[in-house]
Write a protein that binds this ligand. Sequence first.
Ligand code: GLU
Length: 488
Amino acid sequence: MSDVRVRFAPSPTGALHVGGLRTALFNYLFAKHHGGRFILRIEDTDQERFVAGAEDGIVEMLHWAGLVPDEGPHLGGDNGPYRQSERRELYAKYAARLIEQGHAYQCYVTPAELERMRAGQMEAQKSDPALLVKYDGRHRDLSDKERRRFENEGRKAVVRMRIPEPEEQIVVEDLIRGRVVFNSSQLDDQVLLKSDGFPTYHLAVVVDDHLMGITHILRAEEWLSSTPKHLYLYRWLGWEPPKTAHLPLLLNADRSKMSKRGGDTAAGVYRDKGFLPEALVNFLALLGWNPGDDREVFSLEDLIAEFTLERVGKSGSVFDLDKLNWMNQGYIGKLPPDDLYAALRPFIDRTPHAAEDEEVLRQICLIVQPSLVTLADIGGHLPFFFRPGDAPLAPELANALAGEEAQTVISAFRERLRAADGLDAPGFKEMMKAVQKETGIKGKGLWGTMRWAITREAEGPDLAKVAALFGRDKVLDRLERVLGGIDK
Ligand code: GLU
């Protein structure tokens, strides 16, 4: 056991994004690689963006992906509560301490006043582009009398951090991005506590990361610019900041930011479309991390063994759906029969064939296994196996099967099948070989013809397996129909 403690800290504002799942994965891998702990913390302080049920959805997706936290709101632990809405006294306490020390102050500026301030600054910026749009510090040094006056007016204060003057350089030594230098003059007097008593992200994240003993913060790159503000809070509260590692962006194929697009960005959409958790995890791991060679297939255990931050790059990674499809097909192809059936069963349940004989369905799953890109693809394969024998043949097919060569092949095969007790895949191949020898017809003339006659399709899964699944009688019936002219 090491003392490494990391956290995944989503806000329950909707479905878990694939980018969020990647952040969770990297945290999990880092923790497990170092024998440390992976903590789930729910950052639910933004009442306006809160979505009921979102937390459950996030927990469910983490479990689905196999990234089970060691501590969290649903699991407990020694450092809870793990929901920020349940930790409000803590934030109030540290906000009060910061005010007492002079590092924070109460600000009574109303939203309308802030808006006017902003509009004025934006106007001024037109003639001087170097001017910043930010809080102008007008309530930094209110007297007690002024404060009372605002309170008597019924105004409610927010608490803001006091970015010190004179300006200084704040250096973030990021484990991925290296040394990043910020100038304090660029920083706003950030609100720490809102007028409703809820903390902002900035105060809550610092208080919680410290109190929860977080040693490393792995999070999306968009939070890098907040880090200098957090470093001030650590300094003022006399706490040692955790190390940070800001993960590279996820990009769409056109290299735009993935978080900026609607579409299929919810991790749950991939589950519902029939991607296996192993495939999605493997795929997400390679978005930012690389093993240093050209290997691409990694189980979660492999990833835990190999994951290090040194192998996480700075540049954005493209979310390449073709690659995810390829990976998923590979993982589906390797599933043992029982696991395959269990994975496919929910997708079979969505089709009109859900009530078919289970043994037949199991066989079908095995037959189509190599061609499944997603689990949902099973739905497109099932009708093929359940088409009634007397369904009319397409005219071109009927014509082709009526030709001399086709009739020769089919009747030669029929004779052999009649003489057999049953039909299995090796037996089917044997008979085909014998028919080839007997008639001298091979290739498409043999295999294509038999495929048409048996399945009524030009393409499909392995014919010997399909024939074996249909069985002697059904295959014989289909051949008789073609020979006997029933279909013509
Ligand atoms: N609550 C933030 C989010 O939703 C967490 C940022 C962080 O990890 O510090 O992404």
